[in-house]
Design a protein around this ligand. Structure first.
Ligand code: HPA
Length: 238
């Protein structure tokens, strides 16, 4: 047990999905898992464990932003000895190359966070686990989803002062979307010798102002969760 997590050792499966929103964690457990049971409720940052197609799996909400996510992720890796972490979230497009509803699988994550000044100097480049990435990319493409394998920027600031312009030339350097957690996830997974991947649905575009609507959001979310779960299964079967 930790100050943020009341689960006992062994309560989490070795694979954990990571949405930001606690109610999304509950929705994933209720709609995708068999035999789901709640393992964490501290601060209502909900965690559940169950089964997907026979595989043990968990879901744990992270809250928003790297400061919050890093707490849950660190404890999952350090205390609960989790091995595979897959973020399922939304991202804002920084380029007209990406449209709302597209899936972005984050190969790497730039960041404005100072967290890596503490963990890893040399402007460390946080990167995805290759096996998880390969599984997710091939499944996503085979399902016909418009899939971008690209870099994201994990920003500490949602309300940036100048919209897409705040991110300067990052899109010219292959950074196609902004979200708020992947860099911390990748850094911590590397530190604990675990596998991590961030899969995001494009919920809005900072360049055009386009937004996903409520029904599209639900369909996209379902597709992304199934993609994440089946990618973990593919890895397990390897
Ligand atoms: N900024 C950060 N994270 C996001 C955004 C955004 O504009 N849209 C969706 N996730």
């Amino acid at each position: 047990m930790t100050p943020h997590n009341e689960a006992e050792k062994g309560d989490y499966a070795k694979t954990v999905l990571l949405p930001g929103d606690p109610l999304r964690a509950k929705w994933i457990a209720e709609n995708f898992f068999e035999d789901a049971r709640q393992v964490n409720g501290v601060r209502n940052c909900l965690g559940f464990t169950g089964k997907w197609k026979g595989m043990d799996v968990s879901v744990q909400a992270t809250g928003m932003g790297q400061a919050s996510a890093a707490i849950y992720i660190h404890e999952l890796l350090d205390v609960y000895e989790v091995k595979n972490l897959i973020r399922v979230g939304t991202a804002g497009g920084l380029s007209e190359k990406v449209k709302v509803r597209d899936i972005i699988i984050a190969l790497s994550a730039a960041t404005d966070s100072s967290m890596n000044d503490c963990f890893a100097p040399y402007h460390y480049a946080p990167f995805a686990d290759y096996d998880l990435l390969e599984a997710a990319v091939s499944l996503s493409k085979s399902r016909g989803y418009k899939t971008h394998v690209a870099s994201v920027v994990s920003s500490d600031i949602f309300y940036v002062p100048n919209g897409a312009k705040s991110y300067g030339d990052l899109p010219k350097h292959g950074v196609l979307a902004v979200e708020m957690e992947a860099a911390a996830l990748y850094t911590l997974a590397a530190r604990f010798d675990a596998k991590a991947l961030a899969i995001c649905t494009m919920s809005d575009c900072l360049v055009t102002g386009a937004h996903i609507d409520a029904s599209q959001r639900q369909t996209s979310l379902k597709d992304m969760v199934e993609l994440a779960l089946d990618s973990a299964l593919k890895l397990e079967e390897k």
